[in-house]
Design a protein around this ligand. Sequence first.
Ligand code: DGT
Ligand code: MG
Ligand code: MG
Ligand code: MG
Ligand code: MG
Length: 227
Amino acid sequence: MTHSQYDYVKSFEIPDPCLPNCWPVVRIDGKNFHKFSTTHNFEKPNDDRALKLMTAAATSVMDLLNDIVLAYGQSDEYSFVFKKKTKAYNRRSSKLSSVVVSQFSTSYVYHWKKYFPDLELQYPPAFDSRLVLYPSDKNLRDYLSWRQVDCHINNMYNYCFWKLVQSGLTHVESQERLKGTLSGDKNELLFSQFGINYNNLPQLHRKGTVIIRDKERSTNHLAKIAR
Ligand code: DGT
Ligand code: MG
Ligand code: MG
Ligand code: MG
Ligand code: MG
């Protein structure tokens, strides 16, 4: 390899390895999906086509990166858990984070037509990504629980909100009606006013999607379960 006067610039690139013995988790999230979901008339509060498209894109990420053992998704986000001892990209954080979000974004666009055959994509969506290291199994479990609780809380609020709007209240009135309500109050509201038993709503909406790699089968076969 030839050396040049420019070689010194390489030293500005700071190493960013993931610590050993930690679970690397990359979370991607749609940029301004408030606008994206409105522009594309996503069904409220959950659009199954959009959720399935997210899962198709996540599956494509897992097909590309064999060291991802599990993914969890809800709303406009997906978390990807790499195995603790992954050597992919020499554990370089920026590489792992960027290849995940890049594959996810292109797959989302690539598969769009399959899930929205009658609706043209209006503009290219963007996703952000971050990598977080979890040092213990408990921390990892708690991380996944945290994302699932977020799914539950938002879903319950959104179900109530859109039911109130459909019943004739304005957005502001619906917000006011829900201000300060606890989970039990929202359950009660759905049941008494709309005859909906929250626990009978689809698990996909209440709990999100888990994708696990099936080790028994070839690495490209992924078993999907909705929890
Ligand atoms: P960000 O992430 O800070 O760039 O901003 P947003 O707008 O993406 O906010 P975020 O990620 O906290 O919330 C997700 C947004 O996406 C939220 O406005 C609801 C919308 N969204 C996600 N999935 C669905 C869906 O299935 N149906 C509808 N109607 N909206 C959805
Ligand atoms: Mg977002
Ligand atoms: Mg946000
Ligand atoms: Mg989000
Ligand atoms: Mg290269």
